[in-house]
Design a protein around this ligand. Structure first.
Ligand code: DP6
Length: 426
């Protein structure tokens, strides 16, 4: 191509949410295609608080596929990236941008290279399923750039090859990842159960315990579980299939009591199979985290029991962060008071960075500064059983959020992460 024609850059920017499983995926039947040994169900989190934004660009001037995560260049040579890129390229179609005078034919895509820039609006290392939002956004934005004519279900099967949990980030609301039966994984896709408006009373609070990178990756952790746990087969074959049916029904009916029972039980069983895994060695810092998990569980369970009907469900992934799902705004106020009472910030912490996301919840409970937290009375269910334990500074921060929508395209170049002229990070 002549020099002049090499100048154009065509870009697409998209935003994709993260998700948290209420019935967990743990264990693969195919490591390369990423096929699960059981179905799973997740809730998509509001992208206003937790999402990935990705810009993908193509230009005849690019000589290799490149990617920048939070401004730092990372390698795309890994099998998971390569699988996603190959699958999307294979489905590319003709693209024409009349204004810019660009015409790309289906065949051209084989020889055109892409640049990718990605950014999370939450700490990547906090163990908050950043790979889920990341791969979902990579696949979704590339599909739009390359004019791939497939629905989000088919795209989910490609995102799944980047990271299993990523397939569920292609939809908002509650989403099921159907494990599928086919060897080639063609029926292992995400399906939307209900959208984010169906159960919009729910409020989600994430207690971020530690912003360090997880020490054991989910990938190797679940491999060890499949190879060594005697419990995992029982979980995948007997327990989860029944729970999936019950959970779908609870979600359809907005039955919070059943939802809570299933969510907590599944989180606990997921941790039970982790403990049943050989080589699942805990170092001292992880043991302290486990203690913290139990403190949060105990705080939630005492309160649920004292209320008679459950007010909040808890679930923990492979990292120590707690995800707490409250039945409505009233229970969220009561939950937040309890959390702040038991887990107050260090005195030097800025309250603005201690509770982030939907800050209006703090207004509901009239907390404006650290002194208001210090003045919180012990929750009634622990009164008389004093000394009430306080674990100051053990939580890094709380994120207040809610069920959210699926991926969207962002129009215009102002929010793009790549420069429209050079295709390099801004
Ligand atoms: C505990 O999707 O991160 O969060 O497929 O190997 O990339 P890979 O694993 P990943 O595992 C997530 C496991 C989980 C449960 C869940 O999200 O369902």
């Amino acid at each position: 191509m002549a020099d002049e024609s090499q100048k154009w850059v065509l870009m697409v920017t998209a935003q994709t949410p993260t998700n948290i499983a209420v019935i967990k995926y743990w264990g693969k039947r195919d490591e390369n295609l990423i096929l699960a040994i059981n179905d799973s169900i997740s809730v998509t989190l509001d992208p206003a608080h937790l999402c990935t934004t990705t810009t993908v660009a193509v230009s005849p001037a690019f000589n290799q596929d490149r990617m920048w995560l939070l401004g730092k260049e990372i390698s795309l040579s890994g099998g998971r990236y390569q699988n996603c890129l190959r699958e999307i390229r294979a489905r590319a179609n003709d693209v024409e941008d009349e204004k810019k005078g660009i015409k790309i034919t289906k065949k051209d895509w084989e020889n055109l290279r892409v640049h990718v820039a990605s950014y999370n609006n939450f700490p990547t290392a906090a163990g908050l399923a950043s790979s889920a939002a990341g791969f979902a956004c990579l696949v979704y934005s590339l599909a739009k750039l390359m004019n791939v004519q497939e629905d989000n279900g088919r795209l989910s099967a490609i995102a799944r090859q980047g990271s299993g949990s990523a397939c569920r980030s292609l939809y908002g609301g509650f989403v099921k990842w159907v494990m599928g039966k086919e060897e080639n994984g063609s029926d292992s896709i995400a399906v939307p159960l209900v959208d984010e408006r169906h159960w919009d009373e729910l409020v989600i609070i994430i207690a971020v315990v530690c912003s360090r990178q997880k020490e054991t990756s989910s990938t190797s952790g679940m491999r060890e579980t499949v190879e060594t746990s005697a419990l995992i087969e029982h979980r995948a074959k007997e327990v989860v299939p029944k729970r999936i049916i019950q959970m779908e029904e609870a979600i359809q009916k907005r039955d919070f009591a059943t939802f809570t029972h299933l969510t907590c039980a599944d989180s606990n069983q997921f941790h039970a199979v982790c403990l049943d895994t050989v080589n699942f060695l805990l170092n001292v810092s992880q043991i302290l985290m486990v203690c913290l998990i139990f403190r949060i569980i105990s705080c939630v369970e005492k309160w649920n029991r004292s209320e008679g009907t459950p007010q909040v469900a808890y679930t923990f992934d492979a990292g120590p962060n707690a995800v707490l799902i409250a039945r409505n705004r009233t229970s969220t106020s009561l939950l937040l008071q309890r959390l702040l009472f038991h887990f107050p910030p260090n005195s030097e912490t800025d309250l603005n960075s201690y509770v982030i996301g939907d800050k209006s919840l703090m207004e509901d409970i009239g907390i404006q500064d650290i002194k208001d937290i210090e003045a919180l009375p012990p929750p009634p269910e622990i009164k008389g059983k004093v000394p009430a334990q306080k674990y100051k500074g053990e939580i890094s921060y709380f994120i207040c959020t809610r069920p959210g929508r699926g991926p969207v395209l962002i129009s215009g170049d102002s929010q793009a992460l790549l420069h429209p002229d050079s295709g390099l990070p801004k």
